[in-house]
Design a protein around this ligand. Structure first.
Ligand SMILES: Nc1ncnc2c1ncn2[C@@H]1O[C@H](COP(=O)(O)OP(=O)(O)O)[C@@H](O)[C@H]1O
Ligand SMILES: [Mg+2]
Length: 306
């Protein structure tokens, strides 16, 4: 229904992880929570789910305070942590049945729900496998299924797309449509803005523990610039320098780089790279790069403008 993050601050020793973080996830909205690694997403989520107490501020879920009324507040939220840990020797279906028991589902009823939800989440063939043998992506799918047991009005997912295969991401996209239709309030974090496209309605940006903006996807698309995304065999300083001649360069992850506002056609860029002996595994021209919007926001925050 509604998740309200109200003026939350949190420090770990000398590190201030969150500074006066406030935003609301309204009913029927899917909000992407985007920031670089270490920005403070997981800390916000752990506070919102009652796992971690804030130093200051509060999170209010459907009117219940996480700090004062934790049980009621967390009852209304289904959540999936960044790295779900299930070192269980139990079979998936048995563990699900056991967890469903907490929500009042009895024996065969719990089992039926388990079969239904685990199948829905693509684990139909694995229900009799031990959880400990699941891959990280499968554990994530299992945790997603578990988060739906009591059909809560709110959902919080930490880096839920990370570790999911394209099929899993497509599934999550459909899930988001369903959530929206059913009036759920959904908050999900990601460090890759383009992943959020097609899923979120609104993106809240966090940088170094501060909220630096909240924008609708439509607004972000409108302001973004063109870009070429390249996957190369090798990325080093020389290469970044070379690419820098053709536009603003940033490393998205590993050997994936983004050249924003390129001054030449992508075909020219590719032949230049190939002539220098650099293999181009993938090249994708984006009419408008969402990452550009994100980096620009970060740049403005760094310069004290935001
Ligand atoms: N338990 C902890 N102890 C010390 N520092 C922490 C702890 N959890 C998070 N931090 C620090 O808080 C900051 C925000 O981390 P986090 O919320 O995990 O970021 P994100 O999820 O956006 O990558 C980082 O500087 C991180 O090192
Ligand atoms: Mg995190």
């Amino acid at each position: 229904m509604t998740i309200e993050i109200r003026d939350v601050s949190k420090s770990f020793g000398k590190v201030q992880a969150l500074k006066n973080v406030s935003f609301t996830v309204p009913s029927g909205r899917v909000v992407g929570y985007v920031g670089l690694n270490g920005a403070g997403k997981t800390t916000t989520i752990r506070i919102a789910t009652g796992v971690l107490p804030p130093d200051q501020g509060d999170v209010v879920i459907d009117g219940y305070s996480v700090t004062r009324d934790k049980k009621k507040a967390s009852w209304g939220v289904g959540w999936v942590p960044e790295l779900p840990i299930f070192e269980s020797e139990f079979k998936a279906i048995d563990y699900f049945t056991y967890l469903a028991g907490y929500y009042g589902y009895k024996g065969s009823e719990a089992r039926r729900l388990g079969e239904e939800l685990l199948t829905k989440f693509g684990l139909g063939d694995a229900i009799n496998r031990k959880l400990a043998t699941f891959s990280q992506g499968m554990k994530k799918r299992f945790a997603l299924a578990v988060s739906m047991i009591n059909d809560p009005p709110n959902f919080i997912f930490d880096e839920v797309l990370n570790g999911l295969d394209p099929q899993g991401i497509a599934f999550f996209r459909e899930l988001a449509v369903e959530f929206r239709k059913r009036g759920k309030a959904v908050l999900f974090s990601s460090h890759i803005l383009s992943e959020v496209e097609g899923i979120a309605d609104i993106v809240v940006f966090i940088h170094k523990g501060r909220i630096i903006g909240s924008h609708s996807i439509d607004e972000i698309k409108h302001e973004a610039k063109p870009a070429v995304e390249l996957v190369l065999t090798k990325v080093d300083n020389d290469l970044l320098k070379l690419l820098g001649k053709y536009g603003e360069v940033s490393v998205v992850s590993g050997n994936r780089v983004l050249v924003r506002n390129p001054s030449v056609d992508s075909s020219v860029l590719i032949s230049e790279l190939v002539s220098k002996g650099i293999g181009v595994l993938e090249a994708k021209r984006e009419e408008k790069s969402l990452e550009d919007f994100f980096f620009n926001l970060v740049k403005r925050a760094e310069s004290g403008e935001l």
